[in-house]
Design a protein around this ligand. Sequence first.
Ligand code: TYD
Length: 210
Amino acid sequence: MSTTAPARFISFEGIDGSGKSTQARMLADTLRGAGHDVVLTREPGGSPGAEEIRRLVLEGDPDRWSAETEILLFTAARRDHLERTIRPALAAGKIVICDRFADSTRMYQGLRGAGLREQVDALHELMIGVEPDLTVLVDMDPDVGLARALGRNGTEERFETFGADLQARMRAGFLDLARTHPERIATVNGAQTVDAVAAEVLAVVEPRLI
Ligand code: TYD
């Protein structure tokens, strides 16, 4: 795929508190304002079944599942999301903006131990088999991101108590992924005002719209 190939399936990625959810929402609003038909969705979740899996995996005891079981649960949620929400929307000619997709499993589960990344990729190939046309990586210093994430105080504390160390490794992992897949992943600097980040996001996305 060339860097100017049209993008209809767009994902946002980044560490906790990177501001990617805000950016995904702002992009959806901007594109809708320009007359596009947009489905804004998220992972884990985005379909009724996947939202149920989201509760299983994000609420309760953080040690409830092993990393391997989490890979299965996140991939199961993704499969349902793809079948019920993403594919039908794309088939109807809509733009899909997804807050997190498979890159999150590659980082959050794949970096937790030896051999896990390979398992994530193998299961992805077997059960999902698609990547977004364009992934916007909102890059952010983990100290700033963690402070933001903890400040939100929701019930989903599962991953946000991981600490700055793992977040730093994930940031490096995301940047690595972006270097490996420059045709798909564009990095924007999250350490700016919300509006400045949004402008960077739009500069990346606009040339890719049909
Ligand atoms: P999200 O709702 O995006 O949280 P935030 O807005 O704080 O980034 O995601 C919830 C958590 O789920 C987040 O900590 C990352 C984690 N996650 C995984 O561990 N693996 C995955 O495959 C996905 C999609 C999310």
